[in-house]
Design a protein around this ligand. Structure first.
Ligand code: ADP
Length: 281
């Protein structure tokens, strides 16, 4: 039986005349990795900050780990972890000193050395923060987010500015946290990141959830027409079809073997997302 980590009904938030969030319903199960996608100004940060207990809502019901984040208690705060978008200033401490310091804020923290190991910084444990690369610094942010042993982790655009290799390594870290049963709510602008990590994605636009689905099903992707392309003697060819297997079989027959330049593609998550938010026009 899946328990609910986050339950949102009719969430609204107004800033003066601006309706930033206009009636969002959302359930996130325990152990789920959920990615919230949407263009700038869509209402992602507002929604997430309300769930984190950092912003007051105008209306609706919200339960995070069974409690109302509008009335956060110390013990509830200890059960969630937050990794914000930008890391603050760098205190003149080593990685180990900083992580140990933060462990002191929690009633039952994880072992600091284990956490440093988990985020892949064991070799840098004695290094000053100022000596770390951007990607390593982000791993410290994650270490601080998980040192309290959170049941629910909020990750705001975790890999912005990472090189591709650092992103892949960071994804492995998130996968291992998810594998340990941590519920994760991720916001990201990278569609490949959402696709790699998320069990489900929610697309928010204009303060409303447009759709919630597993990444491979979003916007009817799973049943979208396929595009078959190949290279004929007279030049590149392509057609869209509901039965690509049949088309490929016919091409195989026509070419009597290998079809030059053959590809079969369906819309990517990015294609689907851009058409959902109306940015493909
Ligand atoms: P996102 O995180 O998706 O970029 P936000 O939640 O930050 O979106 O913003 C949603 C809308 O609310 C935007 O129109 C933004 O300008 C507005 N907004 C956000 N924060 C405030 C604030 N503190 N005061 C007034 N308007 C705000």
């Amino acid at each position: 039986m899946a328990e609910t980590a986050v339950r949102v009904r009719g969430l609204r938030k107004r800033y003066g005349d601006v309706e930033a969030v206009g009636g969002v319903d959302l359930d996130i199960s325990r152990g789920e990795v959920f990615a919230l996608l949407g263009p700038n100004g869509a209402g992602k940060s507002t929604t997430v900050e309300i769930l984190e207990g950092h912003r007051r809502r105008t209306g609706g019901e919200v339960a995070v780990l069974g409690a109302d984040p509008g009335r956060p208690t110390r013990s509830w705060r200890a059960r969630i972890g937050i990794v914000l978008q930008t890391s603050g200033e760098q205190p003149p401490l080593s990685v180990r000193e900083l992580v140990r310091h933060f462990a002191g804020y929690y009633p039952s923290p994880r072992d600091p050395d284990e956490v440093i190991e988990a985020v892949g910084l064991a070799e840098k444990a004695g290094s000053r923060l100022s000596q770390l690369s951007g990607g390593q610094r982000r791993r410290v942010d994650v270490a601080l987010g998980i040192i309290g042993g959170p049941e629910l982790l909020f990750l705001d655009e975790p890999t912005t500015g990472f090189d591709p290799d650092a992103r892949r390594r960071f994804w492995k870290l998130i996968e291992s946290l998810a594998g340990d049963g941590t519920t994760i709510l991720l916001t990201t602008h990278y569609l490949d990141e959402a696709e790699a990590l998320a069990d489900r994605v929610g697309v928010i636009a204009g303060g409303r959830l447009v759709e919630v689905a597993p990444p491979w099903e979003l916007g009817g992707r799973a049943t979208a027409r396929a595009r078959v392309s190949w290279t004929a003697p007279e030049g590149p060819q392509a057609l869209e079809t509901d039965s690509p297997t049949q088309v490929v079989a016919e091409l195989g027959h026509r070419f009597d073997g290998e079809v030059p330049g053959l590809t079969v593609t369906r819309p990517t998550l990015e294609d689907t997302y851009l058409s959902m938010i109306g940015a493909d026009r």
